[in-house]
Design a protein around this ligand. Structure first.
Ligand code: MSP
Length: 521
């Protein structure tokens, strides 16, 4: 089997319920996955949940549940979110699964045998809330640690450490030699700045069972479990390994893998993550992979963080956006549209309820919805729904939008792709105003012109369905179904102008985006 395009998301902690930020990341990954499939590329899209670690153990405890029972309950909620977002993920990893734990343990054994780890005692100030030892740099000018670290206690603890410093220069060179390894550029510069101005401290990769028992046991020392990040990052290879990617089979069996060969999935093409977990992905993970003799992922693609109405999303202040509530009120495609259209992959975003309603009204209901509805309705009314002979007034506009959209999608510029798609929506709506088909219909001498206008409009709607399919899959399918086309808008090359054949009879038009300014009829 040849290499598939392999895209992953961060795996979410099961210490609460999903919010806008989690849903956003998964939708972005899904749009990229669907777009690549539409180009004819074989794709593997992985998402899942991160179940171990102190955060989850504490959350379970607070609910009076065992971590396992707590995770089993929450995993259902998170899997349901994936379904409700209509994600086309090919797998869903839970880090408590045996297939994952086996790989984590195999890697630990191998790296330990190869001398990458050592055991040492550390005395220092520990924040249980952040699950981390603090350093002198973390102190406030008054000598105290910021309240955000919660209770800080001085403790001494033995742990295993992963030697990082000897890889530091290699990593700098690697990032400099591979400019697209971390995107956008400013995130790459951030990582380079960090690496060039700090000496990498060795990474503590265990927690004593006495302090944390909700983790994967270290195979060579039963007194310790694996630090949650060493466990979580491995999901990106444990799933391919469980699917028999030959490259990983070699690496995990300790056989030297050909460093230039690709497996069926590994290396990943894109790790999509939020900005807060950049260091784990762009510093620790590459070094872990290098130590394992595995290739680096092609790209770490870093998105920004959402706020709502200018404030941090926070359960305690009630400032959250519940994806399922928005979907229940406005529909899934409206939610998918807003988050991708509002925010490019990179900067931070600000959700506003007014902004959401206004994009819904202007771009979905009055823009796309109105275009499709009036185009199909006029074809029904004036031509009994029968497609006239092909015409080409809007062909150039459509082809421009198609070429631009393709270019943007190839660069994962999803917001820009939507702007290009809407250039065709707007052009076609303008064309209705310019050609005034309702007037042409009153003049029998204009019958041929009316045929041309109707063809241009309805064919534009069809092309739009194909362009929109990765973003608004339900809407694209509805347009195809209203056009009574037997196939799906699932291949980008179906954007070629002239797909609707003369004589084809369309189905019933129906509103795609009900208006929200009037009470529902
Ligand atoms: N479990 C780790 C990731 C391990 S990946 C090997 C984790 N989980 S998380 O649940 O805290 O975050 C999951 C993802 O959601 C991260 O990429 C994070 O950046 C993203 N987001 C969490 N809140 C967010 C916003 N407010 N806005 C956008 N994305 C945000 O970190």
């Amino acid at each position: 089997m040849s290499k598939r395009f392999y895209i992953t998301t961060a795996i979410d902690y099961l210490n609460g319920e999903p919010h806008l930020g989690h849903a956003y990341e998964k939708i972005v990954a899904d749009v990229i996955a669907r777009a690549r499939r539409s180009f004819g590329t074989e794709v593997f899209f992985l998402t899942g949940v991160d179940e171990h670690g102190q955060k989850v153990q504490q959350a379970a405890l607070a609910q009076g549940q065992s971590p396992k029972a707590y995770c089993d309950e929450l995993a259902v909620i998170w899997k349901t979110l994936a379904t409700r977002l209509e994600l086309t993920n090919d797998d869903f990893i839970r880090t408590t699964e045996e297939r994952h734990q086996k790989v984590v343990q195999a890697i630990l054994t191998q790296l330990n045998n190869q001398g990458h780890f050592y055991k040492a005692a550390h005395r220092g100030f520990y924040s249980a809330k952040e699950e981390t030892f603090l350093t002198e740099k973390d102190r406030l000018p008054d000598g105290n640690f910021p309240a955000s670290y919660g209770e800080v206690a001085e403790i001494e603890e033995e742990n295993y450490y992963f030697k990082l410093a000897s890889h530091q220069q290699w990593l700098i060179d690697y990032i400099e030699a591979n400019p697209s390894f971390i995107a956008p550029d400013y995130r790459r510069n951030e990582v380079l700045g960090f690496l060039k101005n700090n000496v990498l401290e060795d990474l503590c990769i265990t927690r004593p069972v006495s302090r944390l028992n909700w983790g994967i046991p270290i195979p060579f020392d039963p007194a310790f479990v694996t630090y949650v990040w060493f466990d979580a990052l491995v999901n990106y290879i444990s799933v391919p390994a469980s699917l028999q990617d030959p490259l990983l089979a070699d690496a995990l069996a300790g056989r030297a893998a050909d460093p230039t060969a690709s497996g069926t999935l590994w290396p990943a093409d894109i790790h999509l993550i939020g900005k807060d977990i950049l260091k784990f992905h762009a510093v620790y993970w590459p070094i872990m992979l290098k130590a394992m003799g595995l290739q680096q992922p092609c790209q770490i693609l870093v998105h920004g963080w959402w706020q709502r109405e200018g404030h941090k999303l926070s359960k305690s202040t009630g400032n959250v956006v519940d994806p399922l509530a928005v979907i229940a009120e406005w529909g899934l495609d409206a939610f998918r549209f807003y988050v991708v259209r509002e925010l490019a992959i990179g900067p931070d975003g600000n959700w506003t309820d007014a902004g959401f309603a206004s994009r819904y009204q202007a771009e979905l209901a009055n823009g796309l919805g109105n275009l499709v509805n009036r185009s199909l309705s006029m074809l029904k009314r004036y031509r009994n729904g029968v497609i006239p002979a092909p015409a080409t007034d809007l062909q150039v506009d459509a082809e421009r939008a198609v070429a631009e959209t393709r270019g943007h999608l190839e660069q994962n510029q999803l917001q820009a792709a939507l702007v290009s798609i809407w250039s065709l929506v707007n052009r076609a709506n303008q064309y209705v105003d310019q050609t005034q088909p309702f007037k042409l219909a009153k003049d029998p001498a204009q019958a041929k012109r009316l045929d041309e206008v109707l063809y241009n409009l309805v064919e534009s709607c069809r092309v739009l369905a194909v362009l929109l399919a990765p973003f608004l899959p339900g809407t694209a399918a509805k347009i195809y179904s209203q056009l009574a086309l037997p196939d799906a808008p699932d291949r980008f090359d179906k954007t070629a102008w002239g797909g609707l054949a003369a004589g084809h009879v369309i189905g019933e038009p129906a509103a795609l985006f009900p208006r929200k300014d009037r009470p529902a009829a």
